[in-house]
Ligand binder design. Sequence first.
Ligand code: NAX
Length: 332
Amino acid sequence: MAEPIRVVVTGAAGQIAYSLLYMIARGEVFGKDQPLILHLLDIPPMVGVLEGVVMELADCALPLLRQVVPTTDPLVGFKDVSAAFLVGAMPRKEGMERKDLLSANVKIFKVQGEALDKVAKKEVKVLVVGNPANTNAFVCANYAPSIPRENFSAMTRLDQNRASAQIATKMGVPITSVNNIIIWGNHSSTQYPDAGQGKVLVNGQWKSIVEAVGDNAFLEGAFVETVQKRGAAVIAARKMSSAMSAAKAACDHMHDWWNGTAPGQFVSMGVFSDGSYGSPKDVIFSFPVEIKNKQWKIVGNLPISDFAKSKLILTGNELQEEKNEALSVLDS
Ligand code: NAX
């Protein structure tokens, strides 16, 4: 069996981590033959809860889990890690806009970027889940200059999974019969869920979603809105933000980064923009990507409708604004 790799989850005492740690430790991300040493990072008031999580992980009796390192020190948490799930942040509560969270969270991600820079493996793959995820990933990367920028990403996979689930329900097919739905831009209510390139398996044949659904008003209206507002709908119902589905999406994101995407299929990831599709450069923008040998590549030359173009501009502008706000918080 391979040597164990070190994987850190921040916000390890929180609700997303409660599902995520179990999924990772079962081997669902790095494979059933890859032993793990899990680092659990949280803040000092959560030490007691963290102890409980450590006890439960031990009691799960998981064969791949070789060691658990609970800590409140980022320099211990990030030491020699090959993969980092940055979940820890202040979660959005009912009625709260993501922008309200920005100034509190950019400071956290500066500290974590600096610690990653000092002690993590240089090839570490960093997935930011904590909101505002795109801008937090931007901040984190900027404070970790010795780690390639391509190694920082933000999670929009939950939005992709939500969008795929909407189409699967609409068409009455299993979720595995839907692929290549794109989330463009920010993980916020300006994101653009785009079924325009997507495919659905109907009666044994892959068809374009646009053709199979045959209802453009739905695809440009209710579908987009449902996905954009799904996070808020879960909060309204559960009085807490999405956790189980967020953990599953984080696993999907890192799994595909680690293992690659299937030929002809792409997934959505928030990554440093090169200006593709008219997006602003140097913000973390969600694109369709293909992954090989642990390297993502933005899928190029997809036909984009005028409707989609206008949505991409909107979400790009928001990311540019968030980036400017983050930089001004950090300067002050
Ligand atoms: P919880 O409040 O349950 O847990 C957050 C944990 O982070 C707490 O244990 C807290 O002590 C810890 N924490 C705070 N500051 C920290 C720091 N500096 N270092 C380490 N740990 C720290 O929130 P939870 O529901 O788990 O959500 C976590 C984050 O995920 C939130 O920012 C939330 O908004 C975000 N989400 C992102 C999603 C996405 O698709 N990108 C979807 C789900 C979720 O809303």
